[in-house]
Design a protein around this ligand. Sequence first.
Ligand SMILES: *Cc1c(COP(=O)(O)O)cnc(C)c1O
Length: 385
Amino acid sequence: MTVSRLQGIPPTIFTTMSALAARTGSVNLGQGFPDVDGPPEVIAEAVAALQGGANQYAPGPGVPALRQAVAEHQRRHYGLAWDPDTEVVVTTGATEAIAASILGLVEPGDEVVVLEPYYDSYVAMLQMAGAVRRPVTLRAPDFRLDLDELRAAVTPRTRFVLLNSPHNPTGTVLSPDELRGVAAVAIEHDLTVITDEVYEHLTYGVEHTPVATLPGMAGRTLTISSIGKSYSFTGWKVGWATGPAALVGALLSAKQWLTFTSGAPLQPAAAYALTSAADYPKELAASLQARRDLLLTGLADAGLPARTPDGTYFAISDITHLGWEDATAFCLALPERAGVVAIPVQGFYADHPDAGRQLVRWTFCKRPEVLTEAVERLSAARLAR
Ligand SMILES: *Cc1c(COP(=O)(O)O)cnc(C)c1O
């Protein structure tokens, strides 16, 4: 029954793996959501907003307090000055910002350069928009951006770069050199950059640089983020985009027909988080770095060494040495063998599945005792095929 423009998009692996986790009583290091909520005082603000009457439609572009808080956040952290009235828009999570920016900006047949492996919604939205993917593949073991490959991906029909840094699932944080390369290509070919920076605060020993801060880039970049990852409220689905009024306006013209307006009582609470709980993301990053190291040590001890990611919730192991045909077979067997669920990275490499064939993604955004239990189970299990 499904329309052709939605066909060929692989179904999300998370449904299968989370069901498997529940059925086998496994420790779920698959889907990336924290098992501890964000700051209680931010939750209290949401409760107060619900009880205080913020229960009818919010303004389409977002409540003024949140648009101001987002503009102030971009100024304080990155020195980017956006007008909260015309250059900031609130969305239903980063997911809607991605969808609405693609639907509002990308014409059928436009080529979009995009980093592979892909966050799954990019593939679906580009296909719905009739766009043509031009992959630039991040490959194991380093998952760095190859600037020659980037340049080679651009043709006269290319109009956009869809960027994601810090990058899910590889944990790569694009370096200043890599970003300069992206900026040079964008400027030379007059490309617009749509950049997903939901992990902007979750970096470990390196700094995230928004591509919009590079010379010549603010005027051609739409930057997307959200409350979910920075504040451990992935269920809130409050996101935003910032950039020149023409780009924000294009996003808004699609957004108004998707959701029109986003959750009213959560917006003042998100504004409160950005202004009055501004230190939380840094504390979260420190805690995640310790949990990353706990997981990496445990994985190495279990014979599953993973590369050290510079950002995000995720680490990736290469399982070639264990003799499995691919990571999907390994991940399907892992709950029975070890009582642990992980995600095969194969599916994120839609254009070059071989590049992800033997890769497994683990999340470390869980409590230390959960990670310890997982790696103890892995150590005790027989993992070789
Ligand atoms: C989690 C995630 C999103 C979705 O963000 P929401 O605000 O929950 O919609 C978008 N992009 C990437 C790379 C993510 O990991």
